[in-house]
Design a protein around this ligand. Structure first.
Ligand SMILES: [Ca+2]
Ligand SMILES: [Ca+2]
Length: 182
């Protein structure tokens, strides 16, 4: 019985880590900051795509002021195979361009480059840390990208303290169950 419980615990641990690594899509949770953006539909750029969001301009095309906003991810994003971050954009054309910057702490930002409504699959490349913040800034004076949602494809590989706590609770539960059976 001891071997079986240990095997189950090990399977649970592996399961938790696998779940952490494949919990995609991981949608942005919070709009941290914004300026010169305009709401359309729901106005939400957080959560799953809903056909509404923010376009990156203070006015309809052409934007009088170039818009920018920052979202945060409660589950920090990591760097995996292929695209790590996807920007969901509506009525997409290649001239809707924007800079993508990422940060672990909302203080130091790294510019990953200029992307667009049609070039919206972003690799974190050499950025080392977990990505908890993403900032988009319009780079087109002609048009504004219409952002519906942002999501990551990979959670950062370090398990959250909450995950370890859940694992501990699971083991405690197994131990209690085993005691009851004896
Ligand atoms: Ca668009
Ligand atoms: Ca949306």
């Amino acid at each position: 019985m001891r071997v079986n419980i240990l095997s189950l615990a090990a399977a649970m641990a592996v399961g938790l880590f696998v779940t952490t690594a494949q919990a995609a899509p991981i949608y942005a949770d919070t709009l941290v900051a914004s300026s010169n953006v305009t709401s359309f539909g729901s106005g939400n750029v957080t959560g799953a795509p809903d056909g509404g969001g923010l376009f990156l301009g203070s006015t309809f095309d052409p934007p009088a002021q170039l818009g920018t906003f920052t979202v945060s991810f409660a589950t920090p994003l990591g760097n995996g195979a292929g695209a790590d971050l996807v920007v969901v954009e509506l009525v997409s054309s290649a001239n809707e361009t924007f800079n993508v910057e990422v940060s672990s702490d909302n203080v130091l930002y790294t510019l990953l480059g200029e992307f667009s409504a049609t070039n919206n699959q972003i690799d974190f490349g050499s950025f080392g840390g977990p990505v908890s913040y993403v900032r988009l800034t319009n780079t087109s004076s002609a048009v504004s990208a219409d952002i519906d949602a942002l999501y990551g494809n990979f959670a950062a590989s370090v398990p959250e303290p909450g995950t370890l706590a859940l694992l501990g609770l699971g083991l405690a539960g197994l131990a209690a169950s085993r005691r009851r059976k004896q």
